[in-house]
Ligand binder design. Structure first.
Ligand SMILES: [Ca+2]
Length: 483
């Protein structure tokens, strides 16, 4: 596995200049990355210690569904541009193979099983009353708001329905979107638990949701171009249901499979939306003042939506690589190297502490974060991998990655052991040949597992998620898997 350092002439050059300036005492402690360029126009150097942050989350986008990730049939030039202008992590993970727990980890920077947010709640009208990101945890927008940031969220929440758990009570000044785990793209319908809302009020009018969330995001950037802002943009694309508009479908007349064609149109709309957001940042002269992340919340449920995870094995709702390894991109013009590819494992939990470091905020003292600040690993300040080990627990499934080795256990069957450097598709189970390695990983997993609490809710669709990650809701039956 490659280390994060030594990734190219450009990053080395930048680091050298920063080190030189630091040696002269020119760069302050808050300047975390190479150079001390000020940006002409826009906010320029004025907010160099308070960069804007944009966090874009796709829903159910598989590892293989971007041009930059190897996809051939659906162009995604705008999302790909984040990788060209910044960093692409080939071993980027989320902390759960399904929607809500991943988002709980993302918002808090902590393994969500530490506070019982381990499973999905089920459909909105059947959700367990316990469900929601607990108020004992602190979200990244809450931390940024306390630092004077304007905070806006446009898209899918999926972290609680009760009034005190909604986005505008969890750190966001502005919210336009929906509270549940899925929503139609073309209709405002969805019942009282899942309307499209502005703030806390349902709205009757809506565009195609992808276009609507883009519209709101671009407006937010425009209205806050003089403030430091945090924009959280969790699109529901490309989650089911498969719905698109003719203007996007007409781009893919060559795709004969109707399901694939609709998925292509949905992904193309998402790519257009990301392009509009990036274009607004560029037009305002804010690229050097804006740290941008792009991830998917879990792997693709291929048989349900066609969202593909090639070359990985497994799907959404599984701790196989196809469920948890996702596109993971990061851009900060002038501060991060451009076109850098990093093979060292990172996880969505790292985004919270990386943002805190980027804005010069101290690490929280009350509860330790599980994620780490990635910035020193990207500029060569730290050469060791950010994580010695990464863990997953999702009901009856579990996994640990240590270096190139991964141990996993599905709901049924024995523990499996893979060397991902040699076997990215998890096809050659080495458990029997390597009992010592298996024991080492099991011991490490057990130590981590002992620090967790039980899931705070158990009912819901995740117990019946099929092999492809699609949901077959039978809430009164005992879960066979993951429950
Ligand atoms: Ca998802």
């Amino acid at each position: 596995m490659n280390s994060m350092s030594g990734q190219g002439q450009k990053s080395r050059t930048t680091l050298g200049r920063r080190d030189f300036l630091e040696a002269l005492g020119i760069v302050g402690a808050a300047t975390l990355l190479g150079g001390c360029e000020t940006t002409p126009g826009g906010k320029g150097g004025m907010h160099s210690d308070k960069p804007n942050v944009i966090l874009i989350v796709a829903d159910d986008m598989g590892y293989g569904e971007l041009g930059i990730q190897g996809s051939k049939d659906i162009p995604t030039p705008n999302i790909d541009s984040i990788a060209h202008n910044g960093v692409r992590f080939t071993n980027g993970y989320v902390s759960c193979p399904i929607c809500s727990p991943t988002r709980a980890g993302l918002m808090t920077g902590r393994y969500q099983q530490r506070f019982g947010h381990e499973l999905n709640p089920g459909p909105a009208d059947e959700a367990n009353p316990e469900f929601g990101l607990p108020l004992s945890e602190t979200t990244i927008p809450e931390r940024l708001k306390s630092l004077g940031y304007a905070t806006g969220m446009f898209g899918k929440w999926h972290l609680g329905f009760r009034p005190e758990l909604q986005p505008t009570k969890r750190g966001f000044d502005e919210f336009y979107g929906f509270l549940a785990g899925a929503h139609p793209y073309l209709r405002a319908a969805g019942g009282p638990q899942n309307a499209i809302m502005r703030g806390t009020e349902p709205v009757a009018d809506m565009d195609y949701t992808t276009d609507a969330f883009t519209r709101e995001a671009v407006s937010f950037i425009d209205r806050h171009k003089k403030d430091p802002f945090f924009l959280y943009l969790p699109y529901n694309a490309v989650h089911a249901p498969l719905e698109s508009l003719q203007k996007y479908l007409s781009r893919f007349e060559g795709i004969t499979d109707k399901k694939r064609r609709t998925f292509a149109a949905m992904l193309s709309a998402l790519d257009d939306g990301v392009g509009q957001v990036l274009g607004k940042v560029r037009a305002l002269g804010l690229e050097k003042d804006t740290l941008i992340f792009f991830i998917s919340d879990n792997g693709g449920p291929t048989s349900q939506t066609t969202s593909g995870n090639a070359p990985l094995r497994g799907f959404k709702a599984q701790v196989l690589e196809g469920g948890i390894r996702i596109p993971f991109l990061m851009q900060w013009k002038g501060r991060l190297p451009e076109g850098k590819v990093v093979d060292t494992p990172v996880i969505s939990l790292d985004i919270h502490p990386t943002i805190l470091a980027a804005v010069g905020a101290p690490a929280p003292q009350d509860k330790p974060l599980d994620g780490v600040d990635l910035l020193p690993h990207l500029n060569g300040k730290k050469n060791a991998p950010p994580h010695g080990r990464l863990f997953w627990r999702f009901g009856e499934q579990s996994a640990i990655r240590m270096g190139d080795w991964k141990m996993l256990k599905m709901a049924k069957g024995d523990s499996q052991l893979y060397n991902l450097a040699e076997d990215i598709a998890e096809g050659n189970d080495l458990a029997v040949q390597n009992p010592e390695k298996l024991k080492e990983l099991q011991t490490a997993y057990d130590a981590w597992n002992a620090t967790l609490v039980p899931p705070r809710w158990k009912r819901g669709a995740q117990g019946q998620q099929r092999q492809d990650g699609s949901q077959k809701v039978r809430p009164r039956r005992k879960p066979k898997n993951a429950g």
